[in-house]
Design a protein around this ligand. Sequence first.
Ligand SMILES: [Zn+2]
Length: 357
Amino acid sequence: MTISNTISIVGGLLLAGLLWLMVDPPGRNTTGAVTTEGTTMTGTTKARYSSSGHDITPLDKERVEELAKKLDPETYRITQKEGTERPFCGTLLDNKLDGTYTCVVCGLPLFSSEHKFTSGTGWPSFFTTYDQAHVHEEEDDSLGMKRVEIECARCGSHLGHVFPDGPKPTGLRYCLNSAALEFHEKGEELPMESRPVELETAYFAGGCFWGIEHYFQLGDGVVSAESGYMQGDDKRANYKEVCSGDTGHAEAVKVVFDPNRISYERLVQAFFDMHDPTQLNRQGPDWGTQYRSGIYYTDKAQKEAAEAYIDKLNESGRYSKPVVTEVESARTFHPAEDYHQDYIVKTGRACHVKNPW
Ligand SMILES: [Zn+2]
């Protein structure tokens, strides 16, 4: 054997080795992630929403300081330094107009004219809040008294106090500083920061819904995830019948999300990271058409985003087999029985699904 032959054999072996490294091994390659633009995962604190649909995620200190720069010195003193305005001096004390009272700092709706009453104390008074989750209560032992301070739940600004001497039906008196509030008359368009978030809905099927629901629920910007049945015979949408495998349903998860915080594309990415979309009518230990992989879109934009992502996955070489996920227009979603909701949290059981976040 000549030296040049030896070099070419060694070179050939090296080349073969390099090629072997570059080709995906058989089965699933979990390292070949497809990147998605428009991802809006923010920070580590999961976003919070009130039942009235407002984003009540606590603002960080820097953001509050930035917002507080617009305040006049008296309003700053009251809202940021737990100050109190003199009685009978506030601008909103005698306001009888219909409308909403929002936080003067961050704009969160705090009180409604429906609940305002004349207390005679000299401060605007309400017998309940706009939404319980919008007003945070804190024990206040200052001035030698035991009182309950109220703060804006989103920005922490001081609002006033709540006392147990109000009228029916609550028996409470929320005693406010006018300076802490901004009034918006009924009919007036509320600023963006005072409006409920415009939520969107997405539907995914990735085998048994327990795990899929659990992990979607953990997504930052996901408001709720619910297990149910879709794309089958509407009259047979219950667990017993769906288990037979001949109702046409897929076990699916309804995901309600805030598009300001998480994009539909990011949810699609998470969905594919959770399950194996190359398995036909099967996931983990579960077999049957009810365990098929599917994305059920609610509009053209979702359809296009889902199809584009599947194209990218197929081209990426991440899987050794083609993606079999079906993409169809969403039909009626039937929520699953109560015991299936939050199943992983309730039972502590694990399942085939991986955490995609
Ligand atoms: Zn606020």
